[in-house]
Design a protein around this ligand. Sequence first.
Ligand code: GDP
Ligand code: MG
Length: 163
Amino acid sequence: NKAIVCIVGRPNVGKSTLFNKLVGRRIAITEDTPGVTRDRIYAEGEWLNNYFTVIDTGGLEPENEDTIMSNIRKQAQIAIDTSDVILFVVDGTQSLTQTDREIGNILRKSRKKVIIVANKIDNQNIPSEIYEYYELGLGEPMIISAEQSLGLGDLLDEVVKCF
Ligand code: GDP
Ligand code: MG
């Protein structure tokens, strides 16, 4: 069975951007209904001859302010139920939020393999906010810039180690 990698995290941290990079090609995102995300959410990825399915859980449900937390809980539960590895994406340039803590608590209790991915680190300067993410008790954050394609090789090395 092919390994499944789920991407979870609060809105706007860069889940879909990372998803598109992990599956190796840009996937067109079209939205004709406001607030309805129509991102493609499943795709195949490959790294060093390891083949896996990536799921962008953020594309599963429309995201609006009323439903963000209930969606995130649902998304985290889907990730826990289906995946071999969970990529918990946070915005490494911003402080840890209450939503991040709630997601972290759900994931930690699941005892699944979780990799914290601190995204949006677009240059060599590591913001001090990064250190707050150790508080989640899920290990050391992997530092990436999905947009600039930085740190993705090291991240994928860690992902395939979990299979
Ligand atoms: P999602 O809601 O978690 O799926 O986040 P998106 O992938 O839609 O990204 C949200 C916003 O963050 C978009 O404007 C992206 O261009 C931006 N973004 C994503 N990754 C990066 C990154 O590595 N660096 C920077 N500076 N912006 C990013
Ligand atoms: Mg998205």
